[in-house]
Design a protein around this ligand. Structure first.
Ligand SMILES: [Fe+2]
Length: 134
């Protein structure tokens, strides 16, 4: 969310990130409702070490730092997409349907993050994507 405060000169970035945040919050509410309907208690989970490990490689200054933040966002979305897709065959119809919508959204978020990262520079970011993906 700090992106929304730091990059006031990038309306497209702000608009995309705002849409994405709204969609993530909607998913959160949908998950909580599904859990409630199934009698599953909400529990706090600690942040994933995977994301923390990726953020350790953030470069210090913009635009490189922002590019890294966006690439890392893309990788996290791609990972969610893959994990949700793997789970679908093991879910009941209601959950499978919901997870299929999540897979679509996460795939779109992955593409949005990469688009935003590419818009930060005239240079290719492919090498940086490969570095962060390794
Ligand atoms: Fe997402």
């Amino acid at each position: 969310m700090s992106l929304l405060y730091r990059y006031v000169d990038q309306p497209f970035l702000l608009s995309k990130m705002s849409q994405l945040a709204r969609e993530e919050l909607l998913h959160f509410e949908q998950v909580v409702a599904l859990m409630e309907s199934r009698g599953v208690a909400y529990q706090h989970l600690t942040a994933s070490r995977y994301a923390e490990g990726l953020r350790r490689h953030l470069r210090s200054n913009d635009p490189e730092r922002l590019i890294d933040v966006l690439i890392i966002g893309a990788l996290i979305e791609a990972r969610s997409c893959e994990r949700f897709a793997c789970l679908i065959p093991y879910l009941d119809e209601e959950l499978a349907k919901f997870y299929r919508t999540l897979v679509k959204s996460e795939g779109r978020h992955f593409e949005d993050y990469l688009l935003l990262a590419r818009q930060q520079t005239q240079n290719s970011i492919d090498e940086r994507i490969a570095f962060c993906s390794a």
